[in-house]
Design a binder for this molecule. Structure first.
Ligand code: BG6
Length: 480
């Protein structure tokens, strides 16, 4: 491991993302010993004028309940200092640099490098000024090496043009290896398992293609609406919030070719190729929905057509996937909370069990809740009769890995940032290719050319979405 002082600076320290995700993830890393190995200190930065203790009190409320009052919590909180300042004025960032440098000096000025990780838990509109300030006042200055890295999170723009503009503004200040674009889906256990599953199992290698696979579904459902964030959500909609990033990243890992090695650049090269092979989305292969009651939120305009549900069919134009529809579906206020990948296989040719056919083979990877993988198979119904039934080969993580804690996505990703591993972060060209896929559709939606169909909260979404699935060849199977 690298030696020297590690400073983690959380900008936007009093905001929602920092309180709910960043600080709890840092605490979990601390508790597991990952931050104790280093001379770590954490600095919160925001505009509000509060004391170190005020910030600590605010964070305390978001740490896991069971840990309240423990020594771990108190020791962790003592690592945190607070500096206030604006996001575009030198004084605040000079003070921030002073706080970081003082700590570095007191710890290791003579023997270690200095590592500075800036986590921007901020709206993207302030990324450019904040990056400019960091670059001017807060870079690592140690002669003994080290680094400065910045972590940013979506939304990266609203379409191709605005995303490219944001990328070039940040790109003028930092090199690509210094920029960590988080898509937290890449930190999920079963998403990280996809490469292993696909490329370490002989079983799947010959099956994973258009000859055997009928269609692939990547589905995200939430059983709650946009409560409390309607105003924000309304400017983006479900495609920008979930599909263009989280689901598309999953699609890349399901569809990509085998990378040359596990080096981050090799993996990301293959992901980009998949994105670049996606054909333009056809209007007739899109269904949009908005749940009834969405507009009751006073921060949502009465005439909003913003989709809270969308199904879109993507086609990958390459040798492996020609003709296989990739169904991306995401919705809020639906009947359940679940994220899963469903790989549906083609019918058995020359099926001799015709009359008793139960359904197709399906391989399901459930990302959440209760991580699991199961394969739907047709088996002989046990008993004297010769009849068939559908059953499952089931790998449920809670049973198979009892007592093994599955890390939170943000924990993993912050640790990767400290290690300098960019495999699970979105590269600039990937981001661009992802926006290229959805921008024409998004512009048509923004221009009012697409209507969001109403659906009842707690339902499966608009019936038209199920009809579209049938149209592209998805066969509803029995079982779960
Ligand atoms: C976020 C979206 O990126 O992901 C939210 O902005 C969504 O709208 C969330 O609720 C879902 O994340 P997870 O990890 O709960 O599936």
């Amino acid at each position: 491991p690298e030696t020297g002082c590690l400073s983690i600076i959380v900008l936007g320290a009093s905001g929602d993302l920092a309180k709910k995700k960043t600080f709890p993830a840092l605490f979990n890393l601390y508790r597991q010993g990952f931050l104790q190995l280093n001379d770590v200190h954490i600095v919160g930065y925001a505009r509000t004028k509060i004391s170190d203790d005020d910030l600590r009190d605010r964070i305390r409320g978001y740490l896991p309940n069971g840990d309240n009052g423990t020594e771990d919590v108190e020791n962790f909180l003592l690592l945190i200092k607070y500096v206030s300042g604006s996001y575009d004025a030198p004084e605040g960032f000079q003070a921030l640099d002073k706080a970081i440098s003082e700590h570095e000096f007191s710890k290791n000025s003579t023997e270690g490098s200095s590592r500075r990780l800036f986590y921007l838990a901020l709206p993207p509109s302030v990324y450019p000024p904040v990056c400019r300030m960091i670059k001017s006042y807060c870079m690592n200055k140690s002669d003994l090496g080290g680094w400065t890295r910045v972590v940013v999170e979506k939304p990266f723009g609203k379409d191709l043009e605005s995303a490219e503009e944001l990328s070039s503004q940040i790109g003028e200040l930092f090199e690509e290896p210094q920029i960590y674009r988080i898509d937290h889906y890449l930190g999920k256990e079963l998403v990280q398992n996809l490469l292993v599953l696909r490329f370490a199992n002989r079983l799947f290698l010959p099956l994973w293609n258009r000859d055997n696979i009928a269609n692939v579904q990547i589905v995200f459902r939430e059983d709650f609406g946009t409560e409390g964030r309607g105003g924000y959500f309304d400017q983006y909609g479900i495609i920008r919030d979930i599909i263009q990033n989280h689901l598309l990243q999953v699609l890349c890992l399901v569809a990509m070719e085998k990378p040359v090695s596990l080096k981050p650049e090799h993996i990301r090269d293959e992901k980009v190729k998949v994105l670049q092979s996606v054909l333009p989305i056809k209007d007739e292969e899109v269904v949009l929905g908005q749940y009834e009651g969405y507009k009751d939120d006073p921060t949502v305009p009465d005439n909003s057509n913003t989709p809270t549900f969308a199904t879109a069919i993507l086609h990958i134009h390459n040798e492996r996937w020609e003709g296989v529809p990739f169904i991306l579906k995401a919705g809020k206020a639906l009947n359940s909370r679940k994220a899963e990948i469903r790989v549906q296989f083609k019918d058995v040719p020359g099926d001799i069990f015709r009359c008793q056919k139960q359904g197709r083979n399906e391989f399901v990877i459930r990302l959440q809740p209760s991580e699991a993988m199961y394969m739907k198979l047709t088996v002989k119904q046990p008993g004297l009769e010769m009849s068939t039934a559908q059953s499952e080969l089931d790998l449920s993580y809670t049973q198979r890995y009892q007592g093994v804690a599955i890390p939170e996505a943000y924990e993993r990703l912050i640790l990767d940032t400290i290690k300098g591993d960019q495999q699970h972060f979105v590269r600039r060209d990937e981001l661009k290719a992802a926006w290229e896929i959805f921008t024409p559709l998004l512009h048509r939606i923004d221009n009012g050319e697409f209507k969001s169909l109403q659906y009842k909260p707690g339902s499966r979404g608009p019936a038209e979405a199920d009809q579209l699935l049938e149209k592209v060849g998805y066969v509803q199977t029995h079982g779960y």
